[in-house]
Ligand binder design. Sequence first.
Ligand SMILES: NC(=O)c1ccc[n+]([C@@H]2O[C@H](COP(=O)([O-])OP(=O)(O)OC[C@H]3O[C@@H](n4cnc5c(N)ncnc54)[C@H](OP(=O)(O)O)[C@@H]3O)[C@@H](O)[C@H]2O)c1
Length: 267
Amino acid sequence: MIVTGASAGIGRTICERLARRPVRLVLAVRAADRLDELQTRLERSGTSCLSVTTDVCDPNDLDRLVRATVAHFGRIDVLINNAGIDCFAEFEKLTTEQILQTIETNLTGSILLTRLVVPVMRAQGQGTIINMASTAGKHGPAYGAVYGATKAGLIGFTQGLRGELLEQGIRATVICPGFTTNGGIYDRIVAATGKRISPLVGGTTADAVASAVERAIRDGMPELIVNWPAMRPIFLLRDLFPRLGEMLIVKMTKKFLRRAATMNSAP
Ligand SMILES: NC(=O)c1ccc[n+]([C@@H]2O[C@H](COP(=O)([O-])OP(=O)(O)OC[C@H]3O[C@@H](n4cnc5c(N)ncnc54)[C@H](OP(=O)(O)O)[C@@H]3O)[C@@H](O)[C@H]2O)c1
């Protein structure tokens, strides 16, 4: 199993959760020194680990990651495209670099890595690809249009892959967490702004997201939205009554997201 962005937040929790069973984990991280303690702990509990320094924006790194995994473990059963960055800011104030970095990290990297992994899974006759999107991909957030676009892109990418590859034994699942505590991005926004999202929007935990990953590996469903309270009814309402649904979503989230935008806006 390959997990990208394993060094922190949700990715780290996913690795810890998966390691409760006998698994062979490939920890793909940008800075290997951030992994030493995690890898040592996982190996002590009996998990076989390989770490590969990988910047998901670098196609050469992705190629090296897949080659190293196949050389070490001989197969790839699961790919978890988890690495991602946030991009909450006033849209006009985003730099070209911030926009490209967000798209390359959150979307292009996952697509390119999947393209390298699919032939391996096809040769095995089976495999599971899990893409970490967000509820931001179900409805683009104010002050997070680019982030939302990358996550909506991951949802569409997963649907397309599934339609093409399911009959060949390769399953693709997209996971859409809401604001996640015990993780990374949301906790940093709360720390920076001192404010939490409205309880009406709610959220989830990194542990719940890791459980969803386990479910996806077991059951291979198309999409899992991880949030409490449940978000599907509000998205359904938005699909049926677009203006009303949009009004509710914006009202419940905009104030918090405007504050989050102060974290990344270039002066
Ligand atoms: N936290 C939330 O509220 C939330 C909600 C919905 C979805 N998500 C999604 O869940 C995923 C994980 O988020 P998180 O909150 O756990 O974030 P996080 O704590 O910031 O961790 C992000 C991980 O991605 C890695 N990463 C970033 N850029 C990378 C690159 N170019 N190449 C390789 N790795 C890279 C980071 O590695 P470094 O340590 O090297 O930076 C880190 O391991 C993201 O895709 C995010 O969009 C998060």
